[in-house]
Write a protein that binds this ligand. Structure first.
Ligand code: S3P
Length: 165
């Protein structure tokens, strides 16, 4: 089994919400690797970062992503940084990957104060800008389809994906 579609993109792109809408539209189960990591670790993503550090989170994430890509027959949303891992990028070559693109302003307004998102602590706008600059080329590289989300509702974004796939 493999996911029917894998959503990638930065925090604030709407991956979790759009995944839920696609799952409902297609009658397919939805999985989110942040939730998988939290279930395995028995702690929130934020607590893992604070107590064990980012590298510990990335190790758990790599394992969770590989398992989900192997097992999940439905819609899969990856955490925003999952594509940083070269092994994960290799695995994604065999899947239908959609990049939910988002610009700085929309990402900032969607994440709000960044509660629960440890990488954004201190300077939400500056941190998101750095993440977008660093990662946008990687999302583009792994995705077969890019969908713009700026100024659009999740329903509208999900509809475009449904029509495109
Ligand atoms: C991260 C994104 C988060 C979560 C963690 C790190 C990142 O997932 O995995 O806080 O590196 O961009 P979302 O993109 O679902 O918020």
């Amino acid at each position: 089994m493999a996911p029917r579609v894998v959503l990638v993109g930065p925090m604030g792109a709407g991956k979790t919400t759009v995944a839920g809408l696609l799952g409902a539209a297609w009658g397919l189960p939805v999985r989110d690797t942040d939730a998988d990591v939290e279930a395995v670790a028995g702690r929130s993503v934020a607590d893992i970062f604070v107590e064990s550090g980012e590298q510990a989170f990335r190790d758990l994430e790599r394992t969770a992503v590989a398992a989900a890509l192997r097992e999940h027959d439905g819609v899969l949303a990856l955490g925003g940084g999952a594509v940083l891992d070269p092994t994960t990028r290799d695995l994604l070559r065999d899947h239908r990957v959609v990049f939910l693109r988002v610009g700085l302003s929309d990402a900032v307004s969607r994440v709000g104060l960044g509660v629960g998102r440890p990488l954004l602590l201190g300077n939400v706008r500056g941190r998101i800008k750095a993440l977008l600059d660093e990662r946008t080329p990687i999302y583009e590289e792994v995705a077969g389809l890019t969908v713009d989300t700026d100024g659009r509702t999740p329903e509208d974004v999900a509809r475009e994906i449904e029509e495109a796939l």
